[in-house]
Design a protein around this ligand. Structure first.
Ligand SMILES: *Cc1c(COP(=O)(O)O)cnc(C)c1O
Length: 372
């Protein structure tokens, strides 16, 4: 029959057949084909190629989640006796990995304040195997001066890993910053519709071979359906991010002018402490922001409970706007003292601004804030 599908099939296969034993042996030895889907799968390879091209890295590897990408990448780089320097403001799951899992394997982890460049440079100077960064951060959208810090880590021969999930590949371009491995939680902007759990590690050599091998051993590989959904999401990524950027800027300005809001954290606002770094390191300010309601915990909770268009949910980066109070979920494990240090107050709301008509979001926030 004439005509080929515009959209490639989803290769729902766990294994691959060969015409003869020599072909099979050849593929096992030279890795020049498919043998088993925990190693590679055509749907996953296609998603990987699309992301590698978008980011300009040698290769991207698909994982079953952002955390699978992070854990595999970190374990591929560090050994017992090694030292990691990282920031306190990293994603909750990553913090647990650094704080309670890796020390058990003999890895020493030093936490620094992400906006204290002098402190970070001093810690880098003491020697390290891995500099692990995340930018922008959750939930205060601090923007880290990654090029400066990565350059310092390189003089010590360290690997540099960056979690760029919040920026997406459209708003931040770390390929020339000295970053060896760039992480994306595909669950967020790449998939973009709150319907897939996935992760990627974009790698430069020799890291891509090491990560591929460890992914094969740990087994946290992306599945073909998630690869398909991610590929579908990637087709509209630039369009969506444009809209996320515009909507978030408009919502941030609206909130900043609202009498019942005591603070807005958005790197696109001149009032944000990292506005200048953001202008330098990002080509768009993103769809994430947080704000403080001029109320206590219960008053803030009432505002949350009145939201209609904006859904009360964790996660971020999808077409639908989502909001939550970080102290009730992502930062629930922190002690009051640690919360204060992290700047996560009881009246803080994190908002993932979606792609809805922006006036509907402003109307929703207006009616919800009438609770104050
Ligand atoms: C969500 C997230 C992760 C973890 O990704 P999962 O897909 O949920 O495993 C890691 N880093 C950041 C910045 C995230 O937002």
């Amino acid at each position: 029959m004439k005509g080929n599908p515009v959209i490639p099939p989803i290769y729902m296969t766990a294994t691959y057949k060969f015409d003869n034993s020599d072909d099979l042996i050849d593929v096992v030895q030279r890795r020049n084909g498919y043998i088993y889907s925990r190693w590679d799968n055509p749907s996953v390879v296609e998603a990987e190629a699309a992301l590698a091209q978008l980011e300009g890295f040698d290769r991207a590897l698909g994982f079953s989640s952002g955390m699978a990408a992070i854990t595999t990448a970190v374990m591929a780089i560090v050994r017992a006796g090694d030292r990691i320097v990282t920031t306190r403001e990293i994603y909750g799951g990553t913090f647990e990995l650094m704080d309670s899992v890796l020390p058990g394997f003999g890895v020493d982890v030093t936490f620094v304040n992400c906006s204290n460049v002098d402190e970070i440079l001093a810690e880098i100077d003491k020697g390290l195997a891995l500099l692990y960064l995340e930018s922008p951060t959750n939930p205060l959208l601090r923007v880290v001066d990654v090029p400066t810090l990565a350059a310092a880590a390189k003089t010590k021969g360290a690997a540099v890993l960056l979690d760029g999930t919040f920026a997406s590949p459209i708003n931040q371009h770390p390929v020339d910053w000295g970053v060896d491995v760039l992480i994306h939680s595909g669950t967020k902007y790449l998939g973009g519709h709150h319907d897939v759990t996935a992760g990627f590690a974009c790698c430069k050599q020799p890291f891509s071979d090491r990560l591929w091998n460890l992914r094969k051993i740990f087994g946290g590989v992306m599945d073909p359906m998630s690869a398909f959904l991610t590929l579908r999401g990637l087709q509209t990524l630039e369009l969506r991010i444009d809209r996320h950027n515009q909507n978030a800027m408009a919502v941030a300005r609206f909130l900043e002018a609202h009498p019942d809001i005591s603070a807005v954290h958005y790197p696109g606002l001149p009032s944000h402490p990292d506005h200048e770094i953001a202008k330098h390191c990002m080509s768009g300010f993103g769809g994430m922001l947080s704000f403080e309601v001029a109320a206590d915990f219960d008053g803030t909770k009432q505002v949350m409970d009145r939201l209609k268009t904006i859904k009360l949910a964790t996660s971020l980066g999808g077409v639908t706007s989502l909001a939550n109070q970080p102290i009730t979920n992502t930062h629930v494990a922190l002690s009051p003292d640690a919360r204060e240090k992290a700047g996560v107050s009881e009246n803080l709301v994190r908002l993932s601004v979606g792609v809805e008509t922006v006036q509907t979001l402003i109307d929703d926030l207006t009616q919800a804030l009438d609770a104050i």
